[in-house]
Design a protein around this ligand. Structure first.
Ligand code: DQA
Length: 137
């Protein structure tokens, strides 16, 4: 299986950013562990703080990868463009969030991704990503 994790804005700061919400582990540390555990899976990772770069990546991989694991972070709640990109492609997208966005501010309760996602996994910390990987196996 060929999967990619696409992370949106500020997720490059994982481990440093609000550790009470997002944990102490950096994403690279987490990714190393998960790549070892799922060594039979081709697992790529892309992170950008730029909305258009995320859209470009979704388009690039969206017709030949087996799955996209997308944490669009704050753009989840604002980006019609990323929502449209998810709708435009063929590769199934699983939306993930580290935190339980429904337990947080009202503006995090709406997602432009969810209507066109295969499924949504949220609130399990970094384990949300692992559960998303498992959903494609
Ligand atoms: C997040 C939740 C978003 O509301 C927030 O803007 C993020 C991270 C999460 O993984 O919990 O940056 O997507």
């Amino acid at each position: 299986k060929k999967l990619i994790i696409i992370n949106g804005p500020n997720l490059n700061l994982l481990g440093k950013r609000e550790p009470n919400v997002y944990g102490n582990l950096s994403f690279t540390e987490f990714l190393d562990t998960i790549k070892n555990k799922y060594s039979n899976v081709s697992l790529e990772h892309f992170q950008s703080n730029v909305e258009g770069e995320i859209i470009n990546k979704i388009q690039d991989v969206g017709f030949d990868y087996d799955g996209i694991i997308l944490n669009a972070a704050a753009y989840t709640h604002t980006s019609v463009g990323i929502g449209d990109a998810v709708k435009a492609i063929q590769t199934p997208v699983v939306e993930v969030h580290i935190s339980n966005t429904f337990g947080r501010e009202e503006f995090r309760h709406h997602s432009f991704i969810s209507p066109n996602a295969k499924g949504v996994i949220l609130g399990f910390g970094l384990q949300s990503y692992e559960l998303a990987i498992q959903s494609f196996l």
